[in-house]
Design a protein around this ligand. Structure first.
Ligand code: GMT
Length: 376
């Protein structure tokens, strides 16, 4: 198949899922055309069957800071679909991708071309941004006019049906992981570098946005380090960092916390960690938690959205109410101070990650694509 993929090129989960999906489809012999404003963060453009097409958003002073991205995107989709004869287009994150895809489809129809659209809902396009009154009617319209709609968790599907008036079926296709990327490298030296005195390593990976409750990460770690020699590693950059950093200094734990920033080679860091913290306010799935589990790292998380579909309470980690920093710290201390329990949880985490291996999930997307093409 010739598949177009539209995504955000940043480190957000939707862009990562779209990129990993496209790369895997390319390995399976499909021709994959990525359409984005810049090269997606994890895309290996040197692999065969992969094409990248930049959406050029021409700036013009009259538009002030609001340049028309949706327009430029729909024009790019039309051009690529025509030039390469795309069989279908898969857009990740409804805003404004499903909307731009709808208009591209209409333009192509005028030229006698049918371009089926698959929209994957990722989370905040529904639960946060999409639900805002200024976007809601357009999001609802574009979901209802997609040929197929998928959501990354049951929870997100339910929330979409609650918040919007949807008359399309929503198929749940969970996020996935390439477990091969998480094979520990005993010689990487990460553990001794991060925790030279054999402290436990607690880790948080996110784009440090408000929904991630980064301050809860700090508060939970503050309580842990009082009981257990430990270090906190933060991977990511984002708007909440400054507040989090102030809190780190207020609590006097700056020599125990390290922010590695936006590193791409984070697998070894994860594999060297003991516990992952994900206290999010909203989380449709929690891809970061799945990546931790693939590295055999148990997760202490909130019960937001789809997290409980990934992190199994009492097996792969613990799931606590949003904001319960005392509870999260108590469970973390319990787990970190019990080597037998920690060993079991690490094993369970890896087994859970195996269920979400790309080998099990990518065929679900392939089947979905084929079902559309068979109909048209
Ligand atoms: O929250 C993020 O880190 C980014 C965001 C995105 O849309 O790029 O992630 C969402 O999609 C991910 C991939 O499907 C999910 O794993 C995240 O849970 C989801 N984030 C939220 O729902 C807040």
């Amino acid at each position: 198949m010739k598949i177009g993929i539209v995504c955000y090129p940043t480190f957000g989960g939707s862009g990562i899922v779209a990129t990993e999906l496209g790369m895997d489809l390319a390995e399976r012999g499909h021709q994959v055309h990525f359409i984005a404003t810049s090269l997606p963060a994890r895309l290996n453009i040197t692999k065969s069957n992969i094409f990248f097409h930049k959406v050029n958003v021409e700036t013009y002073p009259l538009f002030d800071q609001y340049q028309p991205y949706s327009l430029a995107l729909s024009t790019t989709i039309v051009n690529i679909a025509q030039s390469y004869g795309l069989d279908l287009l898969h857009v990740h994150y409804a805003i404004p991708h499903a909307y731009a895809a709808y208009f591209a489809k209409q333009m192509l129809r005028e030229k006698g071309i049918d371009l089926p659209i698959v929209t994957t809902l990722h989370g905040t396009d529904i639960t946060l941004v999409g639900n805002h009154p200024v976007y809601k009617p357009a999001v609802e319209f574009s979901i209802n006019h997609s040929d197929k709609v998928t959501a990354v968790s049951e929870s997100l599907k339910e929330e979409t049906l609650e918040l919007f008036s949807i008359h399309k079926d929503i198929e749940v296709i969970p996020n996935f992981i390439d477990n091969q990327q998480f094979i520990p490298d005993e010689n990487c030296g990460c553990r001794t570098q991060m925790a030279p005195d054999a402290e436990k390593i607690i880790i948080h990976v996110s784009n440090l946005r408000k929904v991630k409750r980064v301050q809860d990460v700090i508060q939970v770690f503050y309580r842990i380090q009082k009981e257990i020699p430990s270090k906190l590693i933060i991977v990511g950059e984002g708007p909440e960092w400054e507040k989090a950093n102030n809190l780190i200094h207020e609590l006097g734990i700056e020599n125990k916390v390290k922010n590695l920033g936006k590193i791409t080679e984070f697998q070894n860091v994860l594999c060297s960690s003991d516990l992952f913290l994900l206290p999010s306010e909203k989380e449709s799935f929690g891809l970061a938690a799945l990546e931790a589990m693939a590295a055999s790292v148990p997760v202490i998380s909130s019960n937001a959205g789809g997290i409980p579909e990934v992190n199994v309470d009492g097996q792969t980690g613990f799931v606590l109410p949003i904001g319960d920093v005392d509870g999260m710290a108590e469970k973390a201390i319990q787990l970190l101070s019990n080597p037998k329990m920690l060993y079991e949880f690490k094993k369970n985490a890896k087994m859970q990650a195996m269920k979400f291996d790309e080998k099990n999930i990518i065929p679900m997307y392939e089947e979905l694509y084929l079902s559309i093409l068979e109909k048209s």
